[in-house]
Design a protein around this ligand. Sequence first.
Ligand SMILES: [Zn+2]
Ligand SMILES: [Zn+2]
Length: 54
Amino acid sequence: MSLKCSTCGKKVISEENFVQFNCPSCGKENIVRCHACKVLSRHYICKNCGFEGP
Ligand SMILES: [Zn+2]
Ligand SMILES: [Zn+2]
């Protein structure tokens, strides 16, 4: 299982402060965000439906 940040592609498996949640639009894709992208409020794009969110 390899968790990568949906925004920057960095592996978050070794990080403590990352979040993961289902896409708020389609609910199917698992969105992962590393701590840096969360703090900087970088946008992510759902690979399944293309939803873009903060
Ligand atoms: Zn990131
Ligand atoms: Zn989606």
